[in-house]
Design a protein around this ligand. Structure first.
Ligand SMILES: [Zn+2]
Length: 286
């Protein structure tokens, strides 16, 4: 699954290549790609036609294209393999091309949604007064959002009977921190993933948020340079994951701080990677 930095790279690509263009027509080539649009493929296509795309927006891992002068937005679900590509008209159709959006201008490019596994898709939604598609109105701000409230987050952690990694992945508390960035931020903060959130002091919360921002910004800095073409690709490996990860995916490899082998533990149908020396398990459980 793409995480926040990858989605932000896609958003920037869309902002550059499709914002403020008027939709001429949309073709749904596979109904599964619009299955979240309850009224069906024809309705989806019809509703897009003639509307200008606004500034692409993101909250956490959610990405949407507002339709200007309406209270509607196209929400993109990238799923496991979804890609939003901006391609020249004449480029051959991709094998897994699901939706094609053409524009009423002479720029010569179109927007394509390509998805091999069809877990992703596009759907149209009403927007709330603050511009969010209604189905994601409950999603909290992400830590890169200038309006993210560190103090409110800390107080929420203190109130909750949960553990820190669960809290980091709780989209109603903080969005956009996926499994990889959670493990990385916890390693940097020397916090075990099962640390009860009620035990975190304000400085510890501040430090953890700082690390979460750092790892995401580092990934953005790498990925953000790779979209300087027409090709907007969420699966294009930014190179960040190979080079810079300290914990995630490093089972058995030496901790970069203390050389103790990194451990992997099953965690909520996923894995948690941590250094058993730097990130001591909590003595109490919530
Ligand atoms: Zn260590």
């Amino acid at each position: 699954m793409p995480e926040l930095p990858e989605v932000e790279v896609v958003r920037r690509g869309l902002a550059r290549w499709v914002a403020h263009r008027t939709v001429a027509d949309a073709q749904v080539l596979h109904p599964r790609a619009v299955r979240r649009h309850v009224a069906g493929p024809d309705d989806f296509a019809h509703r897009l036609e003639g509307h200008r795309i606004g500034t692409p927006s993101r909250r956490g891992k959610y990405l949407w294209l507002p339709l200007e002068d309406t209270d509607q937005a196209v929400l993109a679900h990238l799923g496991m393999s979804g890609q939003l590509l901006v391609q020249p008209h004449e480029a051959p159709a991709e094998k897994h091309l699901r939706i094609r959006v053409r524009f009423a201008d002479t720029l010569g490019t179109e927007l394509r949604f390509v998805d091999q596994r069809t877990f992703g898709g596009l759907s149209l939604h009403e927007t709330s007064p603050d511009g969010l598609p209604d189905v994601i109105a409950h999603i909290a701000r992400d830590p890169l959002d200038p309006l993210f409230d560190d103090e409110a987050f800390h107080l929420a952690l203190r109130r909750k009977r949960t553990t820190i990694k669960r809290a980091l992945l709780d989209q109603s508390l903080i969005s956009g921190v996926g499994n990889i960035y959670a493990d990385e931020a916890l390693w940097r903060a020397r916090l075990h993933y099962e640390r009860p959130t009620a035990t975190l002091t304000r400085p510890r919360t501040t430090e953890l948020l700082g690390h979460a921002r750092d790892v995401m910004n580092a990934a953005l800095a790498v990925g953000g340079t790779s979209f300087d073409s027409l090709y907007v690709n969420v699966n294009g490996e930014s190179g960040y994951f190979d080079r810079t990860l300290d914990a995630y995916g490093r089972e058995g490899m030496p901790c970069r701080r203390c050389a103790t082998p990194i451990r992997r533990r099953p965690w909520m149908n996923r894995s948690s990677y941590f250094c058993p020396k730097c990130q001591r398990p909590p003595r109490i459980t919530p």
